[in-house]
Design a protein. Structure first.
Length: 184
């Protein structure tokens, strides 16, 4: 179905053609557009990409994950909306970077990323984040760092953890070493 004309859903009938259903489809399309733009922008903006450009055998693998959770931010000013308990459909990414193995022709098995992130998602999904040890003030920033600390020991090639609270807001953490190198 084309999206270039004004009649985006010309054949939609009945309940599926209701304004709510149409808005939902439009939002899904918008979400995909934002995510694609996010993926593209990440590819070019970071210093490590210069290294990747110099070595054709260096690749980055990304694993997406999702979870639903409640949180509140206890340290924001009185009256700030985030001080009230509320929920998000969180989306996240973990990324690893390194050379392609000459024999397997991959960096690591995608299943290895899934094995690392799945147990963590189980600890977060449908919980109140503030009650999880280390997440008393669960901002996106704190959550990204917390996830990094949980998984980096078993993922030495980890280069990025990204957390999206909404489809238009996200936070990426690149680890202590990269943060320190930017300060120099
Ligand atoms: Zn929130």
């Amino acid at each position: 179905m084309q999206s270039t004309s004004g009649s985006f859903y010309p054949e939609v009938q009945g309940a599926e053609g209701s304004p709510v259903a149409r808005r939902s489809l439009e939002l899904n399309t918008e979400n995909e557009r934002v995510r694609e733009s996010h993926r593209r922008s990440f590819g070019a903006a970071r210093p490590q990409d210069k290294l990747a450009a110099m070595d054709p055998h260096v690749v980055e693998l990304v694993k997406d994950f999702r979870f639903e959770a409640a949180h509140y931010l206890p340290n924001v000013p009185e009256g700030h909306k985030c001080r009230r308990m509320h929920g998000h459909s969180f989306r996240g990414e973990i990324a690893v970077r390194g050379p392609i193995d000459a024999h397997t022709a991959w960096l690591i098995d995608f299943a290895d990323l899934k094995r690392v992130i799945d147990p963590l998602v189980a600890r977060l999904d449908h919980y109140l984040l503030n009650e999880i040890e280390g997440l008393a003030n669960p901002t996106s920033e704190a959550l990204a760092v917390w996830i990094w600390k949980q998984i980096s020991p078993s993922l030495p090639l980890l280069v990025r953890v990204t957390i999206e609270e909404t489809c238009t807001t996200r936070c990426s953490y690149f680890g202590e070493r990269r943060a320190a190198s930017r300060e120099r």
